[in-house]
Design a protein around this ligand. Structure first.
Ligand code: NAD
Length: 381
């Protein structure tokens, strides 16, 4: 069978779902690899590097979709791309099925099978295919780098002949995958780093990375994330009020705030309010990684950088992984390659779409002309 990767059609998307390295691995699984000319350019992979890795380069997207039995891409397919798909073809990409129901139905009607990389169950066995985590890790890192780029001072404190420099103070709100990456980056740059999450079980992880966990003066326990599969649920009004009171106290002291707080299938909770922004020092920076879901700060403008009247920069970019396209393509292509390994038990270049497999079932949203989303809960935890 042939596995192919078209050029991403979304404007500004620099990632590519197949790299020369991943193509070599896919060939070891028995597949022939094809790529649309120029698909890897923005991620630093020329057509030549693919050819050297044994990949056939085709000129157009139409030719790619026609020749490939499996199409691997990054962004959800567009309607025009779904039209190019055909019965029995397998499409693997991010999809966000809950937000793209029409597209999912169109794919099912066409008879294409779809594996949504954002639906890979978050169980230990599937970590190697967990593209949400590999991309969130990059986003967390890049958020700190982007903050540093817009912050006029050092992260680390210094005593120099030209004067004493205080360390920057960084607050990371939400210590999931992206938050922990941001914390690690911030502490390694030497900033005094604080972090908060509604799930107290992450406190130990935060502290092991050299940051200080912010506890609330609150009688009720912080949320037990274990009860909701590791995800947060909506806070009680009392808890939310205690959290905001704590942030209000911290705001004037913080130089950089990175917000990453999300609750599955909901708009991002508002955690950094206008009055907090107004109490921050000029030159401070907020990076709102929740911008795509409405922002943890309602002043955030999605995909833009703004500077408030009191001189606070608020960054709402949603393309952090694409801003590090070589790295993110490497990791994403590896996630895809691991998915293909599980789909190819005989390593003979033939896909076995085993709907009895928890991971494959969980991620499959269209198969044999039917929509298969939402999946049943996984049997293995
Ligand atoms: P996410 O992107 O859904 O949310 C980011 C963080 O925001 C979470 O830590 C959440 O608790 C936090 N949050 C929500 N509301 C908040 C509020 N009001 N204030 C502060 N923080 C708030 O989460 P994620 O990064 O996708 O990770 C969620 C969980 O899944 C974590 O426990 C993670 O360790 C776990 N996980 C497990 C696996 C695996 O086992 N394979 C893989 C990835 C993630």
């Amino acid at each position: 069978m042939k596995i192919g990767t078209p050029k991403e059609v979304m404007k500004g998307e620099a990632r590519v779902a197949m790299t020369p390295d991943s193509a070599r691995q896919l060939q070891k699984l028995g597949y022939d690899c094809i790529i649309e000319s120029g698909a890897g350019d923005a991620a630093g992979y020329s057509d030549e590097t693919y050819k050297e890795a044994g990949v056939e380069v085709v000129k157009t997207a139409a030719a790619l979709w026609k020749a490939a039995d499996v199409v691997a891409k990054v962004r959800p397919p567009t309607e025009a791309e779904i039209k190019k798909s055909r019965e029995g073809q397998l499409l693997i990409s991010f999809f966000y099925p809950a937000q793209n129901e029409k597209l999912m139905q169109q794919a099912a009607d066409k008879g294409a099978s779809v594996i949504a990389m954002d639906m890979v169950p978050r169980i230990s066995r599937a970590q190697k295919m967990d593209a949400l985590s590999s991309m969130a890790n990059i986003a967390g890192y890049r958020a700190v780098i982007e903050a540093g780029n817009n912050f006029g001072r050092f992260f680390t404190g210094q005593v120099t002949a030209a004067g004493k420099v205080p360390p920057a103070k960084v607050l990371v709100v939400g210590a999931g995958v992206a938050g922990l990456a941001a914390i690690g980056t911030s502490t390694s740059l030497g900033a005094i780093t604080y972090a908060f999450d509604v799930r107290p079980e992450v406190a130990e992880q935060v502290e092991s990375m050299g940051a200080e966990f912010v506890f609330l003066d609150f009688e009720e326990e912080q949320q037990d994330g274990a009860a909701t599969g590791g995800y947060a649920s909506v806070s009680s009004p009392e808890f939310a009020a205690a959290q905001l009171a704590k942030f209000r106290e911290l705001a004037p002291e913080m130089d950089i705030v990175i917000t990453t707080a999300l609750i599955p299938n909901r708009e991002a909770p508002e955690l950094w309010t206008k009055d907090m922004v107004e109490s921050m020092k000029p030159g401070s920076v907020i990076v709102d990684l929740a911008a795509e879901k409405g922002g943890n700060c309602k002043m955030t403008v999605m995909d833009e950088k703004i500077v408030t009247d009191n001189g606070v920069t608020i960054i709402g970019y949603t393309d952090f992984p694409s801003r590090m396209a070589t790295q993110s393509s490497n990791l994403y292509a590896t996630n895809i390659r691991h998915m293909m390994t599980d789909l190819t038990p005989e390593k003979d270049g033939q896909v076995v779409h085993n709907m009895e497999d928890d991971v494959i079932r969980g991620a499959t949203i269209a198969h044999e002309k039917a929509v298969t989303f939402p999946p049943p809960p996984p049997k293995v935890q």
